[in-house]
Design a protein around this ligand. Sequence first.
Ligand code: FAD
Length: 690
Amino acid sequence: GSDIPESNCDVLIVGAGPAGLMSATWMARCGIKARIVDKRGTKIFSGQADGLQCRSLEIFDSFGFADRVWKESNHMIEVSCINPGPDGRIRRSDRVPDTIPGVSRFQQVVLHQGRIERFFLDHLKKYSDITVERGVLPESLDIDASKIEDNDAYPITVKLRHLTDEEAMPAQSKSSDIADGLFRSNLAADDTDDLIRKSTGNEGNAEIVHAKYMIGCDGAHSWTRRQLGYEMQGEATDYIWGVLDIIPITNFPDIRMRCAIHSANSGSVMVIPRENGLVRLYIQLSEIRPDASGRADRSKITPDVIMKAAQKTMSPYKITYEYCDWWTAYQIGQRVGTNFDAHQRVFLAGDAVHTHSPKAGQGMNVSMQDAFNLGWKIGLVVNGVSPRSILKTYQSERRRIAQDLIAFDHRFSRLFSGRPAKDVTDEAGVSMEEFKAAFVKGNQFASGLSVDYGASMLVAKPGDSAEQGDGTDVGVAGAATNGSSARKVVGKQELATNIPLGMRFQSFQVVNQAGARPYPFQYWLMSDGRFRIVLFAGNMADEKQKERVRKFCAELEKPGSVIRRYTPPDRAIDSVIEILTLHSAKRVDVELLVDFPTILHPFDEKRGWDYDKVFVDDESYHEGFGDAYKNYGVDKERGCVVVVRPDQYVGYIGELEDVEDLEAYFAGVMIKDNAGLARTKVNRNVRETP
Ligand code: FAD
């Protein structure tokens, strides 16, 4: 009826799990008017995902809350491989480092999903008015195809229903006394406010929302995906797994290690030591088989059944518990969505477009990373900074990652679920050598650091633009629709051999020129929606090199330069593109205010010079030498210029003289003289001290 309230919002996010909260976080940081709704009445308080990759921690750090995760989580240091010996009895056969040493300044950790959601919610509160509207779900979705290319239009219409309290809080499963979700005595103190659903003021009623963009983060059974009519490709496996979060009472020696246990004939168990003395067991339930329809009868599965299976696998060791925090059972489906978006207006992220087994600890990570890839792109488009064409890179960059993930999971699950081979002639069995090799290789993939995006308008590297599949050459066409004369650029990888184009900018220690404090360089690549030019200024004590740097900066100072062209005159000079400098002279041989052109440390009438933009590759007093130039593979005398995307992935590399290439790169990804920018709230580079 006409009395249903109607309103506009720029971005509507459906689902407040890890993917939805990551999306909302970008909207908060880009100053976008966004709403996020979830059909559940409360956040989750225990259970579900718990593994966090190094890359996820780097991402949390770029928003400023990795320290909370680091402190509360259990750190995964070593993996123990437990296999049957010649006598059939299980024993430790190998130890492998969990995180490959040196790949990141973080290691893999475990902390349950409810805590991660807590940190996101707190972050949203700090940076925006966005709050999760719980007990709210969409009922219908319409996309007006005639308006999809109109930047000012709201082509998406969604009818939302606000559930009553009874509808929003479905009764817990009655199959055991342990709540599989909400267990009050285990609540963290800062979660208690969320125990009771906040009123939306509209319970039992409907409303109409008109949105510019929508992100479906509504999990494996995604409503949004079904509305779009998109399929998931792949299949369910026959393996049924139980999960128990317990405080174990046991004589098993490696209970505080991550263990992969293969028994001779009684299945497999994965042990994950957790925070607060908890241990998670993933247990293959070989006695419970799917029926003819391919589904297992879940009512037969109880914590007792799962525990008995674990005891069998772990025999002759004994394991029991008094306290169980959470449990569940699931059947693995390995599937990838056919499409990740509709008209680059409605997007799908997380479990809504890929499902797989949880043992490799990927689901929450890859889901958040989908949204981490997408959120800033939508933010920049809504703010009028970037053309809509950059949105095509979401599917081209993330669908391949999802496919890689499923392929990895497929191999890993087979190796993990299989019975160990008795000897080399036992072809039905799994070779434990093969398992270990796959595990070590898998660790690289599982760190999240091997992600390597293909050539596109956002990644100036050789090769065909990744959008070839749908017949659009985004690298060039994107720039063309944007009214500029951009050409395809190829970055010069040889100038920075260890800063791979398409991969995340890795971190080495550098020292602040003004204050002598050491930092991991990545610390300054904050997630606030800005692109960054990292100027490797080389040897600033050398007059010739200093002249090159001066010339480069003079180009950036000119009216119409990449910096001036995309930054509205009433905005801070670093509000769209920030320049960070790393030089290689001795810190004490150069002076910030004397030797470095002002655009490298801009002046603000209220705050004076910016001291947090120029760094040196030099010794620190207390934390050694980062040797960053050598580690990045950059020439110490000549340096180079690197462009880092708002998500820390490397977009372009060139000489200081290649200003035209730099301009061409930005012409492909930004809109000149944009008007929308007036609305963005990007603040001056102020990073809170940890
Ligand atoms: P979800 O977390 O599923 O969130 C979807 C949200 O959307 C939910 O809050 C839901 O209420 C809401 N929603 C759904 N439909 C609607 C609708 N129609 N309207 C409004 N809201 C809706 N991953 C790991 O990385 N490591 C692990 O160790 C791990 N272990 C796991 C163990 C178990 C037992 C399970 C079940 C999962 C595990 N996962 C693990 C997977 C991980 O939980 C998921 O991959 C991750 O939560 C996906 O995030 P998401 O945001 O895409 O979806």
